[in-house]
Design a protein around this ligand. Structure first.
Ligand code: IPE
Ligand code: IPE
Ligand code: MG
Length: 258
């Protein structure tokens, strides 16, 4: 066992490589102000920029934002329609600046459920920003974790029936490679605003060993200080991945430079 570094040695705070966020509480934010829920969604769009700025400043390399779930289609038509308009405007307004800042934008979820206008803008945003490397920004829209797993199962079955894959070769890696976010490290840290402690069908497979962090703050109230507390909390946690504390400590000392 290698000796522990002296207590005075500054240990760089662990920065998550990939942050996954459930942006919740827009509706309640508006309702508390006796305003229509869509006003909350509009305010929530501003908080998205707070979050992106934070990742760019702190060197977080990937950010996945849950913008609209497969289940959110079931909301009142008026709210869904207003959200679609907001989505369209955001795509028109933000992509140029994201591109300029080196952000690669991608979308996960059932794209075919969106209008042709939104789909075209999604495709265009992805094409325009494809070469960027500073931050991978993934927008989960019409996304559901179960739907993601079902799609991977379908892809596996298709490969088996086409003779490209043998049933006995289906392992975790084979499933993972057919899921959304396959090319990114799994999220290190998950943040949910709005006070509810649940996953709400977000990334079910990918969150297996993600650290979870919740705040009562509503999404439109998000600020850099709150994100910083999440990151600070994350840096203090011990991720064991099923091993013992001693094993984790050994692995950490072995990896760090002498
Ligand atoms: C999250 O805010 C945004 C979407 C789901 C589109 P909500 O609209 O769920 O806000 P609350 O949870 O009702 O306050
Ligand atoms: C999760 O929030 C989905 C998004 C933030 C896009 P919901 O508001 O839909 O989740 P529940 O209904 O509270 O579980
Ligand atoms: Mg909600």
């Amino acid at each position: 066992m290698t000796a522990m570094p002296p207590a005075s040695t500054p240990v760089p705070a662990a920065v998550p490589r990939h942050l996954a966020v459930i942006m919740d509480g827009n509706g309640r934010w508006a309702e508390r102000r006796r305003r229509p829920r869509i006003i909350g969604h509009r305010a929530g769009a501003r908080a998205v920029n707070v979050c992106i700025d934070f990742c760019l400043e702190r060197g977080i390399r990937a950010l996945t934002l849950f913008a609209f779930s497969s289940e959110n289609w079931g909301r009142p038509q008026e709210e869904v329609g207003a959200l679609m308009k907001l989505f369209m405007n955001a795509l028109d307004r933000e992509v140029e600046e994201l591109d300029r800042r080196g952000v690669r934008v991608r979308f996960i979820g059932e794209r075919e459920r969106f209008s042709p206008g939104i789909r075209e803008r999604m495709d265009a945003a992805e094409n325009q920003t494809r070469g960027n490397q500073r931050l991978d920004l993934v927008i989960a829209a019409s996304y559901g974790g179960r739907q993601d797993i079902a799609a991977a199962a379908r892809a596996l079955a298709a490969d088996v029936s086409a003779g490209l894959l043998r049933v006995e070769d289906i392992d975790e890696a084979a499933v993972a490679s057919r899921m959304a976010l396959a090319d990114l490290p799994p999220p290190d840290l998950f943040i949910r605003t709005g006070g509810d402690h649940r996953i709400s069908n977000f990334l079910l497979w990918q969150l297996a060993y993600t650290e979870l962090w919740f705040t009562e703050l509503l999404w439109p109230e998000l600020d850099a200080a709150t994100l910083q507390s999440a990151i600070d909390d994350y840096a203090r946690r011990e991720r064991r991945f099923g091993l013992t504390s001693a094993q984790v400590a050994d692995a950490t000392t072995e990896q760090s430079p002498a």
